[in-house]
Ligand binder design. Structure first.
Ligand code: ADP
Length: 449
């Protein structure tokens, strides 16, 4: 096992990794920007190193600074967490080249899955069903027009380097194609430094269903069931559930096995999530995330498996400690992402927290770096807390979640906490009658009218 891990991240996820390390008796090193000197992950780690100024390009994305910090403290592995450098294959290679272990999959797998066009080609090879779309990169407007005729409207222009819903444009009719292509390319260039785009059929009422998989270097692959993440805004997840409330047993088995087979074929190692859209009883691959996911706690809740601990163990060269047929799925779990965002506009609302009170009780978990007196910096992702509740079944889970939300206090900044209260009590949420467009097109529309 490792003796010291540097955690190249911040916020709730840095704390999450730190806790797993503690249980494994591994020393932890936090890194932080000058804006995060007072952050909880810095306070709780065994050691900490300041890696640069507030802006993430100069700190949490600053590879030389992170590598130097790791060497300085004598870390034998680096955990990249979520976001930042977690899907940067160059970083994974650089870490290895400096004789440390990158806690994640092989650089080649990160590379192929990080490029969505290559990922779709690979997924096709692996036997995963795809959303109908262009075979590769869209070269120019003429090419876009030809492809759009084959695919039909509405369609979606997506960035090959995409992530976090950026660089995505829906096109409803032919006349809008040119403008949308230009806008998608510009957005992709600004966000990822790469303006390659492709086109997909825009599914009208899909649900987002993903499978958590785990692989080790001995060829073992297991899945930990599916999660449904259809409640989204701006193509970004807000509420996740495990299991999906709409799949039947056969569908659950089918999608779990399909994901495992694909991962086995590619000799995938470490944690991964294969994401699908589900419409008219059919699954369509959209992407694979080669890292830990924000929503991993709901899978932990229903399986009782510490995913991060298992991930670290696999990275240290151990076999997966679980067998597929021994994994039990118990009850139902829901995660609410609490973001420092205006609950109507979703614009960031950073600032000082005068009061923070997390709820508690059996099956109630709060992953957060917040504390009373903390000041949320304006430079990073707006996720400030994750509330995860586990119940005997879905209705029990909703009941508990309602109670937990009532107890939770985050003041005085506006946050999505207020929105969660309303969503959980809506009829559609209670009946699981939603798809990826429900929050924006139905719920918020009705609420704001
Ligand atoms: P990102 O990597 O930017 O998160 P994804 O490909 O994972 O992009 O898609 C994010 C979300 O965008 C999906 O969960 C879904 O809501 C929506 N989406 C993606 N592709 C399609 C599609 N072809 N049709 C309809 N919605 C889509």
């Amino acid at each position: 096992m490792f003796s010291k891990i540097l955690i190249a991240n911040r916020g709730d996820i840095a704390l999450r990794i730190l806790r797993a390390c503690r249980e494994l008796k591994i020393k932890t090193v936090a890194v932080h920007s000058t804006a995060d000197s007072d952050a909880m992950h810095v306070r709780l780690a065994d050691e900490s190193v300041c890696i640069g100024p507030a802006h993430s390009s100069k700190s949490y994305l600053n590879i030389p600074s992170i590598i130097t910090a790791a060497q300085l403290v004598g870390a034998d592995a680096i955990h990249p967490g979520v976001g930042f450098l977690s899907e940067n294959s160059d970083f994974a290679e650089i870490v290895q080249a400096h004789n440390m272990i990158f806690i994640g999959p092989k650089a080649d797998h990160i590379k192929v899955m990080g490029d969505k066009i290559k990922a779709k080609l690979k997924a096709n090879e692996l036997g995963l069903p795809l959303v109908p779309g262009s075979k590769g990169i869209i070269r120019d407007l003429k090419n876009a027009k030809n492809e759009s005729e084959k695919i039909g409207f509405p369609l979606l222009i997506k960035a090959s380097a995409g992530g976090g819903g950026k660089g995505m444009k829906v096109v409803n009719k032919k006349e809008d194609l040119e403008k949308a292509l230009f806008a998608a390319k510009n957005e992709a260039r600004a966000a990822f430094g790469n303006d390659d785009v492709y086109i997909e059929k825009y599914l009208s009422n899909p649900r987002h269903i993903e499978v958590q998989i785990l692989g080790d270097k001995y060829g073992n692959v297991i899945h930990l069931g599916e999660r449904e993440c259809s409640i989204q805004r701006n193509h970004q997840k807000l509420i996740e559930e495990a299991p999906s409330p709409i799949l039947n047993k056969e569908e659950q088995l089918y999608i779990g096995e399909l994901a495992c087979e694909a991962a086995k074929k590619m000799k995938y190692e470490n944690l991964g999530t294969i994401e699908f859209l589900y419409e008219n009883k059919k699954f369509f691959f959209i992407e694979m995330n080669t890292r830990l996911q924000v929503e991993h706690p709901i899978t932990e809740a229903i399986t009782g498996i510490d995913i991060v601990r298992e991930q670290i163990s696999i990275s240290a060269g151990n076999k997966i400690s679980y067998e597929q047929n021994k994994i039990k799925f118990l009850g139902h779990a829901i995660e609410c992402r609490i973001n420092a965002e205006n609950p109507k506009t979703f614009l960031p609302t950073p600032g000082a927290i005068s009061q923070f009170h997390p709820p508690g009780g059996l099956g109630v978990r709060v992953d957060s770096g917040l504390y009373s007196g903390y000041e949320i910096p304006p430079y990073y992702d707006s996720l400030i807390a994750k509330l995860i509740v586990h119940g005997d079944n879905r209705s029990h889970c909703l009941l508990k979640l309602n109670q937990a939300i009532q107890e939770m206090v985050i003041e005085p900044i506006p946050s999505t906490l207020a929105l969660h209260k309303d969503i959980l009590n809506s009829k559609d949420m209670i009946n699981a009658n939603y798809d990826i467009k429900w929050l924006e097109n139905v719920f918020l529309k009705n609420k704001n009218e």
